[in-house]
Design a protein around this ligand. Structure first.
Ligand code: NAG
Ligand code: NAG
Ligand code: NAG
Length: 632
């Protein structure tokens, strides 16, 4: 009797690059590469560990070799590892040998023959590994007693014992370049130990050739020539360097999610389809979901001409029905035509998300002066959406961001008080204005009479007014938008062309439009700003007040009306649906609304409930349920 089933046939045939076979015995040979979404924030509280002497790095690298039943592959892999240049560094080798699955089909004659062959195969592998000499550090062999499968092989291979310990994970059908270690060492020295190039968003580095875009049905990646290093969210499984802190964080996250029965679904990703078919035999969907929720990134190489420092032979019998052979070529001394160790500073590298869309992390505006270039990078059709964080909760804003991605809206910038959340938004690639520092920058030069008025509401109104002033300098249209609303289409921002009015106001929802015209620029001058400050100051000095009495839109509308400027006032119920504490009835409305809004007083849990009823809460476990790669 033959072994039960040799293969689950190809899952994905659409692209040769994605051939993705699975072995019934869940061996380790699943050539999925995942890449991450980037967004580093230099201000995150994670600091790189100090390295007192950069010339002799105080880190230890351990190779985690995951093997199963392919002696030839394993020996080729080990040979390539042993031929690499380690430059005298200590490098450990840990080999994990998975066991074949125990079945109860061994009681007829042919079954036991098969079993004997398998036992013999395993023992030959052990014998080979035992005889294999590793001169560069400690060698450790872990021979399993049962079939662990791919997921456990990866996840259980490492629990970092310090912040200066790194793991390089290779599966047995890989072959590495003799140069691979020098390069990895260079990466660790430059991007982990060098404080000015460190980002807490980076979880490691993949040595395989980057190949596909998981948010675009796994389409082949189009790489420009140019920078030899870049950051991408997807993890690679053909030679992946793992940094200790993010890996530990992942293991804990996995533990929690697994224990609570939360599945790593992420709509729009080809890998979610794999998970639905393969389930727990693969690990990458878990890691991808984690990376997506954290906004982390992986370092990748772009050596051109399909060259890489690690390649997979995609050997027959395990992942592949017949030998597929490598889809990349090894970069070695003979084909090296550039300086492998020349590493650009992190600020020069590009970051890409699961859609291979460029992400621009770390845009934090702290002064009027810094604002211009960020507005330029953000505007679309010369329009900017300024989203206020002053009265919105974190979860509501996260949900808003999922809608922006869904609607392909990217021309937004957040403004809010300095907070960890604000900085985390910037780390993930969303531009932000730190209202506290921005306010200080304008107060010193432009608001001399108002030193005492550093009340938050005063700050908020003045900062918004100055941001608009900056937009006007470049003739950008601006929308000032409160965080307590959601748009149901992107029309509002792009199709606002009725030129009769320069200003549109929706007072109760604090929505305001300013046309980027020269006539408006003539109104919005320093003297006008001064009047804004004076009015807010005097309104506040009357004693107790609420946002109903004093807010940005009220103050600006009042002042503009005093000047005789025409403003188009829009009734919020004509364009929006208000949700409140009473349940359910929002869903019964017949007309499609452009937006949904609610009072800033409403608790976010209640907002979530109402939005769920409308199908507009698209956040799951604090991150977007879907990756949406719009046509670019
Ligand atoms: C750290 O990185 C910066 C920026 O790339 C670079 O100028 C500096 O020389 C690096 N320091 C060391 C010790 O390599
Ligand atoms: C909607 O409101 C009506 C009263 O105006 C109420 O009878 C009904 O139960 C509400 N529907 C839901 C789904 O709550
Ligand atoms: C949002 O738009 C969709 C279709 O465009 C519509 O079905 C839905 O009812 C709208 N939602 C609201 C709250 O108006």
């Amino acid at each position: 009797m033959a072994p039960k089933r040799q293969f689950i046939p190809l899952l994905l045939l659409s692209l040769p690059a994605l051939f993705f076979y699975s072995y019934y015995h869940s061996s380790l040979h699943t050539p999925i590469s995942f890449t991450p979404n980037p967004n580093p924030n230099p201000n995150l509280n994670l600091n790189p560990p100090k390295n007192p002497n950069p010339n002799s790095p105080n880190f230890i690298l351990t190779i985690k070799l995951l093997a199963f039943d392919r002696l030839d592959s394993l020996s080729r892999c080990l040979r390539s590892l042993a031929s690499a240049d380690y430059g005298g560094d200590k490098v450990n080798l840990h080999i994990y040998i998975d066991h074949f699955a125990h079945t109860d089909s061994g009681n007829d004659g042919s079954g036991s023959l098969v079993l004997d062959k398998k036992l013999e195969g395993s023992h030959r592998i052990l014998e080979f590994v035992d005889g294999f000499v590793w001169n560069f550090g400690e060698k450790l062999v872990h021979y399993r007693t049962g079939n662990a499968g791919l997921q456990a092989q990866w996840l259980e291979a490492w629990w970092p014992s310090s912040d200066n310990e790194f793991a390089f994970v290779v599966e047995d059908d890989l072959e590495v370049s003799p140069l691979y270690y020098k390069f990895l060492r260079g990466l660790i020295v430059n991007y982990y130990h060098n404080t000015s190039n460190f980002s807490p968003s980076i979880y490691g580095a993949s040595l395989q050739r980057p190949r596909f875009v998981p948010g675009k049905h796994g389409n082949k990646m189009q790489l420009e020539s140019g920078k030899r290093l870049f950051l991408y969210q997807l993890v690679g499984t053909w030679g992946q360097l793992l940094f200790p802190k993010p890996w530990k964080e992942f293991r804990l996250w996995y533990d929690t999610h697994k224990a609570k029965g939360i599945k790593p679904y992420l709509q729009g990703m080809v890998t979610t389809g794999w998970y639905k078919k393969m389930g727990e035999r693969i690990w990458t969907p878990w890691f991808i979901k984690f990376i997506h929720s954290r906004g982390y990134f992986n370092i990748y190489t772009n050596f051109q001409r399909e060259r890489a420092l690690s390649i997979s032979h995609r050997d027959a019998g395990v992942n592949y029905g017949k030998t597929a052979g490598p889809d990349s070529s090894l970069l070695d001394e003979s084909s090296l035509d550039f300086d492998l160790l020349e590493m650009q500073s992190l600020s020069n590298l590009k970051w890409y998300d699961f859609c291979f869309r460029e992400v621009l992390p770390g845009r934090v505006v702290r002064s009027f002066y810094e604002l211009g270039s960020v507005l330029y990078s953000v505007q679309k059709h010369e329009t900017i959406v300024l989203v206020s964080l002053f009265t919105s909760s974190e979860m509501v804003i996260r949900n808003l961001l999922c809608h922006f991605e869904r609607l392909n809206i990217w021309n937004y910038i957040f403004v809010g008080p300095k907070s960890d959340f604000l900085l985390d938004l910037a780390r993930r690639g969303h531009p932000v204005i730190d209202a506290d520092q921005f306010f200080n920058s304008i107060r010193a030069s432009k608001l001399k009479g108002f030193q005492e008025s550093s009340v938050e509401l005063f700050k908020e109104i003045l900062v918004k007014a100055y941001v608009i002033k900056k937009c006007l300098e470049s003739r950008y249209n601006s929308w000032v938008v409160d965080g307590n609303l959601l748009f149901n289409s992107s029309d509002l921002f792009l199709d606002f062309v009725d030129p009769t009015y320069d200003f549109y106001a929706v007072k109760t929802v604090e929505l305001f439009f300013v046309r980027g015209s020269s006539s408006v620029q003539e109104i919005w001058v320093d003297n006008f700003m001064y009047k804004v400050a004076a009015m807010v100051d005097s309104l506040m000095s009357r004693g107790s007040f609420t946002r109903e009495d004093i807010n940005f839109v009220h103050v600006i509308v009042k002042l503009l009306e005093q000047k005789g400027v025409r403003i188009k006032s829009i009734d919020e119920t004509s364009i929006g649906l208000k949700i409140d504490t009473s349940s359910g009835n929002g869903t019964s409305h017949m007309d499609v609304k452009k937006m949904v809004f609610w009072s800033s007083e409403m608790a976010w849990e209640l907002v979530q409930k109402r939005l769920e009823e409308l199908g507009m809460w698209i956040l799951h476990d604090s991150s977007c349920m879907a990756v949406v790669c719009n046509q670019s």
